[in-house]
Design a protein around this ligand. Structure first.
Ligand SMILES: [Zn+2]
Ligand SMILES: [Zn+2]
Length: 108
């Protein structure tokens, strides 16, 4: 029985540090240093918040990663939610000033 030489594939030499995604913090191999899906997600979140916060003073569009303005905290589970969210994952519903949702579409 001949011993097989354990040939491991040579890993790529990391000559420079890989840029990390600004959104999720994971190493990104894209040129921009940010995952395309993360960029879309972040841009969408910023855009939505800008629309939502238009009336209230928006100091800057440069939102630090991880921080999203116009958030509200669920009083039940203390989870941070988007202000436009009407319902929390725990089942808590936020009364947005409007009346209770119609369970039955039939009204006459
Ligand atoms: Zn990412
Ligand atoms: Zn909740």
């Amino acid at each position: 029985m001949a011993s097989m030489p354990n040939k491991k594939p040579q890993p790529l030499i990391q000559s420079r540090e890989r840029p990390r995604c600004q959104v999720c913090g994971e190493i990104s191999y894209s040129l921009a240093g940010i995952h395309p899906q993360c960029e879309v997600k972040r841009a969408d979140a910023i855009r939505m918040n800008r629309i939502k916060c238009d009336a209230s003073a928006v100091t800057t569009v440069q939102v630090p990663s991880g921080f999203v303005p116009c958030q509200k905290k669920c009083p039940k589970c203390k989870a941070l939610l988007y202000a436009r969210k009407k319902m929390c994952g725990c089942g808590h519903t936020f009364s947005a000033g409007a009346g209770p949702p119609l369970s039955d579409g039939k009204r006459s």
